[in-house]
Design a protein around this ligand. Structure first.
Ligand code: ZN
Length: 511
C-alpha cells in the first residue's frame, strides 16, 4: 500500500465516523418528532447542538484537509463515478463549503432561526406581518453575509441553490420556471371556471385513524416498504429519515375527517424512503450514502404520491380494498368518483394543500420573490402587497389575511432561502423521468392495475437510487433523459390530467 492508498483508507475511516454521528443525529431528531415525551425537549436541544458541533469540527478539521490532499493521487485516473473519485470529490466540496463559513456566522444563523421560529408561529397565528418583518430583514442580512463567504457567482442566489442542489444555477431554474408558468397560467384559468365539475366531498367524513393507517401501510407495502427495514410513525409534520440504508423511518399524520391527506403524505414519504433504501450498500457509512439532491429526492416522493397514487390504474387496483376499509364513507361511491376526487384541481391559498396543477405556481412565486428580496428589488415591508398581487395574477384569488398568504410557510423564518424551488423541480424531474420509464417499460400501467409496482421501483433504483451522491441532478438527467431540465414533460402530463378530468381545454389554454 503506497502513501496515497493508505491516506485514502484513513480518510474512509475518518468519514465513516462522521457519517455515524450524522445518522445518530437523525435518530435523535426522529425521536424528538415522534415519541419523545414533551419534557425531553430541553435536553434534546443540547444533545443535538453537541452533535452538530462535533460533526462540523471533524469535517472541517485539518485532518480532513490533510487526508484529502494525500489521498488525491489515489483517485486520479479512476472513473468520475467510481467510489474513490466520488468520495474525494464530494468530500472536498463539503469540506470547502463548510470551511468558508466562519463559526461566528454559523452560530448567528442558528441563533436567529431559533429566535425567529416562535415569532413566526405567533405572527402567522395572528396574521400579523409586522411582527415577523424584523426577523425576515435579519434573515436576509445573514443570507447576504453567507453568500459573501463564497466566490462571486453569476447570480448571488446561485450560492443558496447550490446548498440544496449542487451545481444548479438560477438561470437554468428561471428558464424552466418561466416556461412552466406560461404554460400553467391559461390552464389554471380555464380549470378555475369549471372546478366544480369534480366533487371531492367524498374524501371528507368519518375515517377512523386505525383503518387509515392499515390501508396506507397496505399501499406502501406494495411500493416496497417492509417491517424488516422500515417504520411508520405518527408526527405533526410528516418527513422521512434514514438512520441507515436498512433502517428507514417514515412519519405521517392522519386526519380523521379527511382521508386523502394522510394517505398521500404516506405515499410521498415512502418515495423518499425508497430512495434512501435503494442506495448501493457499498456506499454505506460514507458521505455518498444519501440522495443526490433535494430536487432529485422530491422527484421520487412526487412519483409515488402523484404519478402513481393519483393514477387510474392505482385506483383500479386499490379501490376495492379502500371501499372495504371504509364501508360507511364509501357507500354508493365508485372507483371513478374516488379517482376524480383525489385529482380535483382548484386554485387555493395554501401551498401544502394545493393540487398538482396549481402547486407549481405557488413555487414559482416564492422563487421569484426570494431573488427580488435578496437583490433589494422588493423591500421586505412591501412583501404582502407584492404577494397578494401575484396571487391574483397567477391564481385569480387573494388571501384574506397574511396568515393565509405570505406568512404561511416556515422556510423564511428559519433562513431556508433557495429551498422552495426544489419542490417544483421535483415535480418537473418526476415527469421527465416518468416519460423515460414509460418508454422503457411499456406495460407499466397494466402492472399497477394488477398491484405490481416492483418494475417501477427497480427502474428508479437502478437509474437513480443506487448512485447516492455520486451523481448530481445534472449528471442523472444527462444519463437518463439525455438532456437537462425541461418543463415540457410536466406540462404534457398536467394537460392530459386536465383533459381527463375536465374535458379538452381550448387550444389557447393548451398552447
Ligand atoms: Zn418531500
Amino acid at each position: 500500500m503506497d502513501r496515497a492508498e493508505r491516506a485514502f483508507s484513513d480518510l474512509k475511516t475518518h468519514l465513516a465516523e462522521i457519517e455515524d454521528l450524522d445518522r445518530i443525529e437523525s435518530l435523535l431528531a426522529w425521536d424528538q418528532q415522534t415519541i419523545m415525551p414533551p419534557k425531553g425537549g430541553a435536553g434534546r436541544a443540547e444533545q443535538l447542538a453537541t452533535l452538530t458541533k462535533l460533526i462540523h469540527e471533524r469535517l472541517t478539521s485539518e485532518q480532513t484537509g490533510r487526508l484529502l490532499d494525500e489521498a488525491a493521487p489515489f483517485a486520479e485516473g479512476q472513473a468520475y463515478d467510481s467510489f474513490e473519485a466520488s468520495l474525494i470529490r464530494v468530500t472536498r466540496r463539503d469540506y470547502e463549503k463548510a470551511r468558508r463559513v466562519p463559526t461566528e456566522l454559523a452560530t448567528e444563523m442558528a441563533r436567529l432561526s431559533a429566535q425567529a421560529y416562535p415569532e413566526w408561529v405567533e405572527a402567522k397565528h395572528q396574521a400579523d406581518f409586522s411582527r415577523f418583518l424584523p426577523f425576515l430583514e435579519q434573515q436576509l442580512e445573514l443570507r447576504r453575509r453567507y453568500i459573501a463567504c463564497f466566490e462571486p457567482a453569476e447570480s448571488p442566489y446561485d450560492v443558496l441553490l447550490d446548498d440544496f442542489d449542487p451545481g444548479m444555477t438560477t438561470a437554468e431554474v428561471a428558464d424552466v420556471f418561466a416556461t412552466l408558468r406560461e404554460g400553467l397560467k391559461p390552464l389554471v384559468a380555464w380549470v378555475r371556471e369549471r372546478a366544480d365539475a369534480v366533487d371531492d366531498g367524498l374524501l371528507h367524513g368519518q375515517f377512523p385513524i386505525d383503518q387509515q393507517r392499515q390501508f396506507a401501510l397496505a399501499v406502501i407495502e406494495r411500493f416496497g416498504y417492509s417491517a424488516e427495514a422500515w417504520r411508520l410513525d405518527p408526527t405533526e409534520h410528516p418527513f422521512a429519515s434514514a438512520i441507515g440504508i436498512d433502517d428507514i423511518r417514515l412519519t405521517t399524520r392522519f386526519d380523521e375527517s379527511w382521508v386523502n391527506q394522510g394517505l398521500f403524505a404516506t405515499m410521498h414519504e415512502c418515495g423518499h424512503g425508497l430512495y434512501e433504501h435503494g442506495i448501493d450498500q457499498a456506499l454505506d457509512r460514507s458521505p455518498l450514502a444519501e440522495g443526490g439532491s433535494l430536487a432529485m429526492h422530491e422527484s421520487q416522493s412526487r412519483t409515488w404520491e402523484n404519478i402513481v397514487g393519483r393514477s387510474r390504474p392505482f385506483w383500479r387496483h386499490f379501490f376495492p380494498s379502500f371501499r372495504d376499509t371504509f364501508p360507511e364513507a364509501m357507500e354508493g361511491v365508485d372507483e371513478e368518483a374516488v379517482y376524480r376526487a383525489v385529482n380535483k384541481m382548484q386554485p387555493s391559498l395554501i401551498r401544502v394543500e394545493a393540487d398538482e396543477l396549481t402547486y407549481n405556481l405557488h413555487i414559482v412565486l416564492r422563487f421569484e420573490l426570494e431573488q427580488a428580496l435578496l437583490a433589494g428589488d422588493v423591500k421586505p415591508a412591501e412583501l404582502p402587497e407584492v404577494w397578494n398581487a401575484r396571487m391574483r395574477d397567477d391564481l385569480g384569488i387573494e388571501p384574506p389575511d397574511d396568515g393565509q398568504g405570505v406568512l404561511q410557510d416556515v422556510h423564511w423564518a428559519i433562513g431556508l432561502i433557495g429551498y422552495f424551488p426544489t419542490y417544483a423541480l421535483g415535480n418537473l424531474i418526476a415527469a421527465q423521468l416518468h416519460e423515460r420509464a414509460q418508454a422503457d417499460l411499456p406495460d407499466l400501467e397494466a402492472q399497477w392495475a394488477a398491484g405490481e409496482f416492483g418494475q417501477l421501483r427497480h427502474w428508479h433504483q437502478s437509474h437513480i437510487h443506487r448512485h447516492g451522491r455520486i451523481l448530481t441532478t445534472k449528471d442523472l438527467l444527462e444519463r437518463i433523459v439525455g438532456g437537462g431540465l425541461s418543463a415540457e414533460p410536466l406540462l404534457r402530463y398536467l394537460r392530459n390530467k386536465v383533459s381527463d378530468l375536465y374535458g379538452e381545454p381550448p387550444a389557447t389554454a393548451a398552447a
